[in-house]
Write a protein that binds this ligand. Structure first.
Ligand code: NAD
Length: 367
């Protein structure tokens, strides 16, 4: 296949023909062919940078869902958001009266956009209130909490999805296809990295272990771990990790830069790194008959990709709109999301093992 000539039309056709396996899922075709169903109401819980900067604007572009409600502890935000997004008073909650959302028929989906340590509590409370749930990444502070969240959603018979927007991003979907379908032969090695240079508030929750669970590894590394898993379409079995700290006064409680090597059943060489002190964002794969890569790989836009055959040419999309529309479609069809809770749990098992390896200095089994 002449990859450098792959057009958007080819991409959509390939996707609708089911070219793609396991984690690849039904891609854009499914969005285009979404059955007309009820337009579902989403309530955002936590009106911080991601909810305000990305999710609420994306919800102005969605077809299958809309911004119906908000949950906030800050009364002035409630006033501002109600005005800006035309949210009726009866769809506005705070953290004390959140459980009353159970009675609100206008809210179908609760989207948890809180500091990581609060994901578990609000996912479980939302499911118990009878709502389907999207929970932001990383799913929780450890894999055990992920299991509890999955169990609670199953018990309430509600769908759970993780905010893995890149599973809806065309370049990343293509990387999944190239790797999993062995378009350039078997993948021999992968190198990934994700990070940014932290220059924010030294008192922010991201630097507090109790709220964040960890540092750059939890926040940024999760994308790099995801990318190696979805490029190979396999699950890693062991990991060895090291770390570096150049600003210990800032990163007192959480990791700054972490390096790891993952062992996969196929014996591929897979390395990765995460950081709050370096600007990284790439995935590079070498296969038997060629190479492919994305850089920048993980941003909200501006994704660029190359293969041995030339550049990848796919549209930049509003990833969050595609992600939320797909989940609303899944709810309407009562079918599992391509990024269910189990997907977040798999990454947290890797992250747990990386932290164990940092402590022990040894290879650690995953799971
Ligand atoms: P943020 O600090 O900007 O917002 C967090 C919100 O939680 C704030 O509105 C804050 O008031 C509220 N909050 C409620 N209880 C709190 C408490 N006890 N301590 C601190 N804040 C509290 O953070 P953010 O960047 O919006 O991140 C929120 C979540 O979204 C995180 O899980 C993060 O990993 C995730 N996120 C995902 C992406 C993505 O691309 N998928 C991007 C950014 C953030």
């Amino acid at each position: 296949m002449a990859l450098q000539k792959t057009s958007r039309r080819d991409f959509i056709r390939n996707a609708s023909l089911g070219i793609g396996a396991l984690a690849i899922g039904p891609a854009l075709s499914q969005l285009a062919m979404a059955k007309p169903g009820k337009k579902l109401g989403i309530a955002l819980v936590g009106l911080g940078g991601y909810a305000g900067g990305q999710l609420a604007p994306a919800l102005q572009k969605t077809q299958n869902c809309y911004l119906a409600g908000i949950v906030t502890g800050t009364p002035s935000k409630a006033v501002d958001w109600a005005k800006k997004y035309n949210i009726p008073q009866e769809n506005i909650y705070n953290y004390q009266n959140f459980d009353e959302i159970a009675k609100n028929k206008a809210i179908d989906i609760v989207y948890v956009v809180l500091p990581v340590a609060l994901h578990k509590e609000y996912t479980i409370r939302a499911a118990q209130a009878g709502k389907h749930v999207i929970c932001e990444k990383p799913m929780a502070v450890n894999a055990k909490d992920c299991e509890d969240m999955i169990a609670a959603c199953k018990k309430s018979n509600r769908l759970l999805s993780i905010g893995y927007r890149l599973h809806f991003e065309p370049h990343n979907i293509e990387i999944m296809r190239l790797g999993q379908k062995q378009v350039f032969g078997k993948v021999k090695s992968i190198d990934t990295g994700n990070g940014f240079t932290y220059g924010g508030d030294p008192n922010a929750w991201r630097l507090k272990k109790a709220l964040a669970g960890g540092g750059g590894l939890m926040d940024m590394g999760v994308y790099a771990i995801q990318a190696s898993r979805y490029t190979l379409g396999q699950e890693p079995i062991a990991v060895k990790a090291t770390q570096e700290k150049t600003r210990p006064e800032l990163f007192k409680e959480v990791d700054e830069t972490v390096f790891w090597e993952l062992k996969f059943p196929g014996g591929q060489k897979v390395t990765g790194k995460s950081s709050y002190n370096h600007d990284w964002g790439y995935v590079k794969a070498e296969a038997e008959r060629g190479k492919f890569q994305l850089e920048p790989a993980y941003g909200y836009g501006g994704i660029e990709g190359f293969t041995s055959n030339g550049p990848l040419k796919f549209p930049q999309i509003v990833q969050q709109a595609a992600q939320m529309d797909d989940f609303a479609n899944c709810v309407n069809l009562n079918k599992q999301s391509r990024v269910p809770g189990e997907e977040g749990w798999k990454d947290m098992r890797v992250i747990d093992a990386i932290y164990r390896s940092l402590d022990s200095g040894n290879w650690e089994k995953i799971g």
